[in-house]
Design a protein around this ligand. Structure first.
Ligand SMILES: [Zn+2]
Length: 425
């Protein structure tokens, strides 16, 4: 790998993979992302370990599942002992910048700024009727991120750019309302709310326009070809399927399945599609492997290009939304998952006061529970899931000794988390 490989993560909050053209969506929501995908390797089965913003991004940066990194709910921070990607890159001469646009990623809440030379919080946009700005829009994110890229274009850098526009409540962008009449109800899970989907899709179009602008500028600065560029999302979104809206507490594919496109330096392996089950936990080990930096042993993910990972089992956990009360050791320690899940080959299993199982090859939207108690493959999977549940509980007990958290949420934090919909008003 060349000495000057820059690393760029383009992250879109709340972006369902199956609403992008390059993932087969019938509407033209994402012409720029689709074009970028042509230059890279597209992973068709990437999942988040937990469908909530802070836990998922902390997992992306640490390659640890939420129960291990500690930021289990929005408003919670990673444990002091947790190391994240920019800390490893710094040792190898990288200068790092983060540009985040959702209040839940604020450094004072998450402590995810460790190792970043710049951690810029872009909050220029109000949500609902909130008095405070809790989000940044894609236009503003580009403005600050592109300035940083321009100023650091002679350095070896890592940048994480985070857009949050598709997060609810969805703003309707008329100019991106393409092909609504082409909606094919059969292509959506049962119970989908098409009115919400229409608005949501225009938010994707809006974001896509700015991703196009970002990539164009990176090309103009002659930084595109040699860079390792990763496009991803933290989680998906539900629009009424399984009687659920939003994201965070359920473990169905609507919330767990995310896009992942990896453009390698020199655009090698362009136009490649990889169908193995992978996770956003694999992003940090892949970046380190590509840069020929040793992958720390405690990272649970693996290099995405290692074919041995085909046989892995992926595990999922989900918690209640945001923390909104006084934090402290006692509270932190009782934060346990509300649901658990796993994926082995095509078989998904969820524990939600009982087991559910789905063959996602045949039934991607998980409408038919095929769990049969207690024999055959169902028994193998339920045993594996029970082992995982026991391991998580044991680790949460063990992690008591890691506890050393920052101060409580401020009034302002609480108001902003409310405006993002994470706290019931
Ligand atoms: Zn999110």
């Amino acid at each position: 790998m060349s000495y000057a490989t820059n690393v760029i993560i383009i992250a879109v909050d709340t972006l369902r993979a199956d609403h992008l053209g390059c993932y087969g969506y019938p509407r033209n929501t994402s012409p720029n992302i689709d074009q970028f995908a042509e230059d890279g390797v597209k992973f068709t089965r990437c999942f988040t370990p937990s469908p909530l913003t802070t836990p998922a991004f902390a997992s992306m940066l640490s390659s640890l599942p939420p129960y291990k990194h500690g930021a289990k709910r929005n408003g919670m921070s990673v444990f002091d002992r947790v190391k994240i990607l920019p800390q490893y890159l710094r040792k190898h001469g990288y200068y790092s910048g983060a540009f985040i646009s959702n209040w839940t990623l604020k450094k004072d809440l998450t402590l995810l700024n460790r190792g970043f030379d710049t951690y810029t919080e872009v909050f220029n946009k109000r949500r609902w009727f909130g008095m405070v700005s809790a989000e940044g829009d894609a236009k503003k994110v580009n403005e600050v991120a592109l300035r940083w890229i321009y100023n650091n274009s002679k350095r070896k850098f890592f940048i994480w750019i985070h857009y949050t526009d598709p997060h609810d409540p969805y703003v309707y962008h008329k100019e991106f309302d393409n092909g609504y009449k082409e909606v094919i109800p059969e292509a959506y899970p049962e119970g989908s709310d098409f009115k919400k989907i229409r608005k949501y899709d225009t938010e994707i179009g809006y974001t896509d326009q700015y991703i196009g602008e970002l990539i164009k500028r990176i090309k103009e600065l002659n930084l595109y070809d040699d860079s390792l560029i990763i496009f991803m999302a933290d989680h998906g979104e539900s629009f009424g399927e399984h009687d659920y809206y939003g994201h965070g507490r359920r473990l169905y594919n609507s919330g767990l399945h995310v896009p992942l496109i990896v453009k390698l330096p020199g655009n090698i392996n362009d136009h490649t599609v990889i169908e193995r089950n992978v996770s956003i936990l694999d992003i940090a080990p892949t970046i380190l492997s590509q840069l020929e930096i040793p992958v720390p042993e405690d990272m649970v993910g693996d290099n995405l290009f290692n074919p041995k990972i085909d046989k892995r089992v992926l595990y999922f956990e989900t918690y209640k939304g945001a923390v909104h009360q006084d934090r402290g050791k006692k509270f932190h320690l009782k934060v346990e998952p509300v649901r658990y899940g796993l994926l082995k080959d095509n078989m998904k299993m969820i524990y939600d006061n009982g087991f559910e199982s789905y063959n996602i090859q045949k039934d991607w939207f998980e409408s038919t529970n095929v769990y049969k108690n207690p024999n055959g493959e169902s028994a193998v999977l339920s045993d594996l899931l029970n082992e995982f549940i026991a391991k998580v509980k044991e680790f949460i007990e063990y992690s008591k000794k890691y506890f050393k958290q920052k101060s409580d949420l401020t009034e302002e934090d609480i108001e902003k988390l409310k405006s993002l919909g994470y706290i019931k008003k």
